[in-house]
Structures are given as structure tokens and as C-alpha cells.
Design a protein around this ligand. Structure first.
Ligand SMILES: [Zn+2]
Length: 409
């Protein structure tokens, strides 16, 4: 089953360093089943199909629209019950995230409703969020556990992620998140961390692809993070960490030392952490929605860029600091608030986000890549972040299957 997408302004996100978006004006793209078979100038499309032995049995005329890779949201906490709208109101009135957490709010305020919800309820809530994400162009999404905080409960949340993944066309990447030490275990936190390392992490093998640790003030210490991530590596799982949202504990250096995939947040990261990430090829995941909402300082984007650290951008979808499935809106925040370029914003939600998940077959439009595509009613890549809050793709294809097509205006 071959499909020709023609009259497209193709943003391959697969270009060289001096032209990373690799835009092909008047371009075309051929899919063969769930893969991209060819991308190039529109005038060459039929000859390319012939050379590849493809019979084009479907065509989509994009009328000059932008055609991009499907978006990759590489950092979400999409499995939870309840809401924390009252905390949003408290912060709007001036309360800090830490003050709210100290008063019993924050992550633990989501733990109760999440533990009380059934697998079916949590799956339905998660699927509704994935559907909204798809409407904004997300075709691959990372989903973390982290709101139960018990060994059995965190495994149950991995079951929820698997159930949601089986019921959506979006590709779901499951992550086990060690989020913080629950109040009832703070008196014996060493035993709690041991249980995570010896009971939880080994059982996540085959059910999660990576282990994430929240390494920050109020969450896990650097030594605890090391113990959990070393256990993850021993279990054959990839590693990543939330680092430097509030304080630089040295988490970036640790993740780089362990060959980890990503360091996420990085509002607080020093020259040593940046150098370590650059040397290891670890992706820095920007979460500007949470940064703005918590009124945190901006990450050192210029230093990360100068060091050559790949930068991704994600929603951080969660009930406390960033309740959104809108990845294009994060591109606007990244370009306006973080001073990232439009090209960096696009790579941040495509090629670099895929790299943060260890996925080499997506985030670019190139032969052999998964045929995850978005078409946008836009003629230039800048238009997507520019029209912030309103931009949605008019067409989404996931693994070659078109899942949404609005009428052409
Ligand atoms: Zn997070």
C-alpha cells in the first residue's frame, strides 16, 4: 500500500547542521505501508515510485501545506486521577510550589486519587489525554508512572500505560518514574529506596523501556538517584532523570556517566553538567510550560547550544505544574521565553525528542523512518509556533495510517 503526499512544503528535520530542517519546497513524500519510502522534489515523485517498484494506490494533495514528521512528546505524566486546580489558583495568588508541597499539596495530592482509581478509570483518563495530544500532532508519546509511589501500585500504573497503548494509534513509550519518597516512608527512606532498587525496578523489565528519577530538592538525593539508576542499568533498562528544576544536585553528570538518554528540566545546570551531557550525547529536555507556570529561571540555552547538547521540548503533561497536551504551544514558549530558534523548536519536538526516547526510526522524514506525518495549514515552519495556542495539524498519519483530515479551506 503506497501513498503519495504531493504539493507539500516538506520539513524533513533530517538536514545537515547548517540546514537542520532540510526543507524541500514543492516536495513530495511516498509511504510504503508503515514506512517512508522516499522524499524529494515533487517533480521526481513518479519516477521515484517506479524505481522503487511502488504502485501508488492513494494520493493526498497538500496544496502547498507544510508536511512535517509527527510530533514526539518525550516527557509526560499522563497517568493520574484528580486535579489540582486549587493549587493553580494558590500559585496565581503568589504561593510557591514548595510552600504548597509543604502544606500537603504537590505530587502527593495526586497520589490519593490515583491509588483510589481503578485500572479501567485510569486507562480512560489516560486515553482521553492521548486523544487530545494526537489532535495537536503528537504521534509518539512517552508516558511515566509516578503517582502511586508503592511497588505494587507503580507496577499497576505500568499496566495502565500498556492498556492505553493497546487502545490508541499513538505510539506509547512507557517509563517507570521514581517520583519522590511518600510521606509514610520518610522515616525509613533508605529501606524505601532499597525496595525501589531490588523489587520495583527489576519487575519493570519488559514493561517499561526506561527508568526516570526525580533528582532534586524535595525528591531524591544524588546518592539515591545513583542507586536507582544503577539498578535500572543492571535490569537492562535505559535511564533518564529530572534534574535541576529547583537545585543542581549533580544529576546531569550522573546521567551522562551512566550513558543515560535525557536530562529533563535543567533550569539549574552548571558548566560541568553541560560538558558531561555534551560528551555523552545526552539530550536536554526543555519543559517551558512548567518553567513559566512555576516562575522559574530559564535554562542556560545559549550554553547548552554552544556545547552542542541536543535540546528536546516536551509538554511535561501533569496535574500540578503543566496541564497541557499541546506540544506546538511549548514550541512557542521555547522560542519566545527560552530564546530557542524556530529550527531548534522543530528539532526539539521531532528528531531530538525521538533521540531522547532512544528511537532512531522517527522524528525525521527520510527513507526507512516510520510514516508518522503531520500536515499544517502553514507555508513556513515559523507559523506553527507563531500562531500559538491555535495551531493544530489538519492531517495526521501514524505508521502510514491517516487518522485525521480536516477539509481543505
Ligand atoms: Zn516531569
Amino acid at each position: 500500500m503506497a501513498c503519495l503526499f504531493r504539493r507539500a512544503h516538506v520539513v524533513t528535520c533530517a538536514g545537515p547542521p547548517d540546514d537542520p530542517l532540510g526543507v524541500i519546497a514543492d516536495g513530495a513524500l511516498l509511504t510504503d505501508g508503515d514506512r517512508v519510502a522516499w522524499v524529494g522534489p515533487g517533480a521526481d515523485a513518479h519516477a521515484a515510485a517506479g524505481a522503487l517498484g511502488l504502485v501508488v494506490d492513494d494520493q493526498v494533495d497538500l496544496g502547498g501545506r507544510l508536511l512535517t514528521p509527527g510530533l514526539v512528546d518525550c516527557h509526560t505524566h499522563a497517568v493520574f486521577a484528580g486535579d489540582r486546580a486549587h493549587e493553580f489558583a494558590l500559585r496565581a495568588a503568589g504561593a510557591s510550589y514548595q510552600a504548597i508541597a509543604a502544606a500537603g499539596g504537590g505530587i502527593v495530592a495526586t497520589t490519593g486519587p490515583t491509588r483510589a482509581a481503578s485500572i479501567a478509570q485510569l486507562t480512560a483518563l489516560t486515553l482521553a489525554r492521548l486523544e487530545r495530544a494526537r489532535g495537536f500532532g503528537t504521534t509518539t508519546i512517552e508516558v511515566k508512572t509516578g503517582y502511586d509511589l508503592t511497588v505494587a501500585g507503580e507496577l499497576r500504573l505500568l499496566d495502565v500505560i500498556a492498556a492505553a497503548a493497546a487502545a490508541t494509534p499513538i505510539a506509547v513509550v512507557p517509563t517507570l518514574l521514581c517520583h519522590l519518597v511518600p510521606a509514610e516512608r520518610r522515616a525509613d527512606r533508605d529501606a524505601y529506596v532499597r525496595a525501589l532498587c531490588e523489587a520495583l525496578v527489576p519487575q519493570a523489565r519488559g514493561r517499561a523501556t526506561s527508568v526516570d528519577v526525580y533528582c532534586d530538592d524535595g525528591a531524591f538525593t544524588l546518592a539515591e538517584t545513583r542507586a536507582i539508576l544503577v539498578a535500572a542499568r543492571a535490569a537492562g533498562l535505559a535511564v533518564r532523570a529530572h534534574v535541576g528544576q529547583f537545585a543542581d544536585l549533580g544529576g546531569a553528570e550522573l546521567v551522562a556517566e551512566l550513558g543515560g538518554l535525557s536530562i529533563d528540566h535543567v533550569e539549574q545546570i552548571g558548566p560541568a553538567g553541560i560538558a558531561a551531557a555534551a560528551a555523552a550525547g545526552t539530550v536536554a529536555v526543555m519543559l517551558p510550560g512548567a518553567c513559566v507556570q512555576l516562575r522559574l529561571p530559564v535554562p542556560p540555552v545559549a550554553a547548552l547550544r554552544a556545547a552542542g547538547v541536543p535540546m528536546a521540548i516536551a509538554t511535561d503533561l501533569n496535574p500540578g505544574s503543566s496541564l497541557t497536551e499541546n506540544l506546538p504551544l511549548q514550541m512557542w514558549l521555547a522560542t519566545t521565553h527560552y530564546a530557542m530558534t524556530v529550527a531548534e523548536a522543530w528539532l526539539g519536538v521531532t528528531r531530538h525528542a525521538a533521540r531522547a526516547l532512544g528511537l532512531a526510526d522517527r522524528g525525521v522524514l527520510a527513507p526507512g523512518a516510520r510514516a508518522d506525518l503531520c500536515a499544517w495549514d502553514a507555508a513556513h515552519p515559523a507559523e506553527v509556533p507563531y500562531h500559538y495556542g491555535a495551531q493544530r495539524p489538519s492531517l495526521v498519519a501514524i505508521a502510514g495510517q491517516r487518522v485525521e483530515l480536516a477539509p481543505v479551506a
